[in-house]
Write a protein that binds this ligand. Structure first.
Ligand code: AMP
Ligand code: GLY
Length: 424
């Protein structure tokens, strides 16, 4: 099968790495890809959201399956674009239609979905700018801390947690004054949940589903979960507190009602659902849905997946997931993300990345990195690469990840030293 994978991050390097292992693959294209994916298939330098260019690429190369990595093309409607085009409509796209992607693209939409289908989540109310006085009145009925969320996508920066009522009122004003552009025109105010976070990944064909290995992400830039939110500074899979009993609760109270809810709402969904959860005492609550896999979670999930990913994706496209069981490796995967100085703010580019030798069972997944004309590997973004360690125990895997993280050098390299330490 000829596959096109869209994206250029560490997540896409990890997806390409796993798809490449499938005996069902004949040719892999990645658009735009990165230096890591170029070792696994053919990179094509086009934009993710340039649908006419993607169409030309698909038709010219007789692509038989399109796998969408990030959310932007989904929210812009790439799946709908294929369905509405005579020459493309028979080519399956892994990733939901625009309406399904609203689960990620609009917090208000996803909260209404969860309420409608009885899926546990924090209590909330949504307010538009015209309802600012009502929003302030609602805030005063809540206890600190206050959770305010921009309805739309805001690069992971649209969630503000305030300790005092006056801070919450100030943040509300900033949302409505356009600090997050149109994304903040509607604000979700919700109850604060106390617990531990976990990422659960589901692949659904719209009727049935399989659950992939779970992971824990480390979102803040600083050690001890301090400082600004990032795309993710590290990840671990499996997560010790997500035992069989807890995962059964997740499946029964969240995964099943989510798939049934999509069907009841007639939302065509073939693709990944990333469920961000909070474990409150023994009960799971949904913090957010994403219409894609996580980054850097994919970098630890894919190495733990024993089943053939391409086979699962083909079954997804044909609605044949019913009765399929997913096999996991019994190991622990850890990822330590190397970032450039300044991240999550502005970062310098073009810093030369040193050569390295793999240590033990390790994989380096590239993200914000590029090859120069003289074939030198240089930095090109905030999150540069993820050092993944694979071993029988968490501490051994972390040792491998950190050996790689210390060995690879580039000017301004930074990484967190405490990935996985809270799980030991
Ligand atoms: P989100 O973009 O919705 O995933 O939120 C970003 C982060 O804010 C989450 O990963 C949580 O750490 C935190 N957060 C969001 N909603 C809540 C909540 N209701 N209670 C506590 N923490 C939250
Ligand atoms: N690591 C979090 C995300 O991919 O959204």
């Amino acid at each position: 099968m000829k596959v096109l994978l869209l994206g250029s991050g560490g997540r896409e390097h990890a997806l390409a790495w796993k798809i490449k292992q499938s005996p069902l693959l004949t040719q892999l294209f990645i658009a735009p890809g990165n230096p890591g994916t170029s070792t696994l298939g053919t990179n094509i330098g086009i934009s993710l959201v340039d649908f006419p260019a993607i169409k030309d690429l698909v038709l010219k190369n007789h692509i038989e399956l399109v796998v969408v990595g990030p959310e932007a093309p989904l929210i812009k409607g790439i799946h709908d674009f294929f369905l509405n085009h005579d020459q493309l409509k028979h080519i399956p796209v892994i990733g939901p239609t625009r309406e399904g992607a609203m689960l990620e693209g609009s917090k208000d939409f996803s909260k209404r979905f969860m309420m409608r289908h009885g899926i546990p989540t924090a209590q909330y109310k949504s307010f538009s700018a015209a309802q600012k006085d009502d929003a302030i009145a609602f805030l005063s009925t809540l206890k600190s801390p206050y959770v305010l969320k921009a309805d739309g996508l805001s690069e992971g920066k649209g969630v503000i947690i305030c300790n005092t009522l006056s801070e919450a009122e100030q943040s509300l004003t900033q949302f409505f004054d356009g600090k997050f552009g149109d994304a903040g025109n509607t604000v979700v105010i919700e109850e604060f949940l106390y617990g531990v976070e976990l990422s659960v990944f589901v692949l659904t064909d719209g009727k049935s589903y399989v659950i992939l290995p779970e992971a824990k992400d480390y979102k803040r830039i600083g050690e001890g979960d301090t400082g600004l939110n990032t795309g993710g500074m590290g990840a671990v899979s499996p997560v010790p507190f997500a035992d069989e009993q807890f995962m059964k609760r997740v499946e029964d109270s969240i995964v099943k009602p989510t798939i049934e809810g999509l069907q009841a709402d007639k939302i065509d969904y073939k693709g990944f659902i990333f469920i961000g959860l909070m474990k409150v005492d023994e009960d799971p609550f949904v913090i957010e849905y994403n219409a894609r896999m996580g980054d850097p979670e994919t970098q630890v999930v894919m190495p733990r997946l024993k089943s053939d990913l391409l086979d699962l994706l083909i079954k997804t496209s044909k609605q044949e997931l019913e009765g399929v069981t997913v096999e996991h490796h019994n190991n622990v995967a850890t990822a330590v993300v190397l970032v450039s100085e300044g991240y999550p703010g502005k970062c310098p580019k073009g810093k030369v990345i040193s050569d390295y030798q793999e240590v033990g069972e390790s994989i380096v997944f590239y993200a914000g990195s590029a090859s120069t004309a003289s074939n030198e590997l240089v930095t090109s973004g905030g999150r540069v690469m993820a050092c993944v360690g694979l071993s029988a125990t968490l501490s051994e895997s972390l040792t491998i990840s950190y050996k790689m993280a210390n060995q690879i050098t580039f000017d301004g390299k930074y990484f967190r030293l405490d990935i996985g330490k809270d799980l030991m």
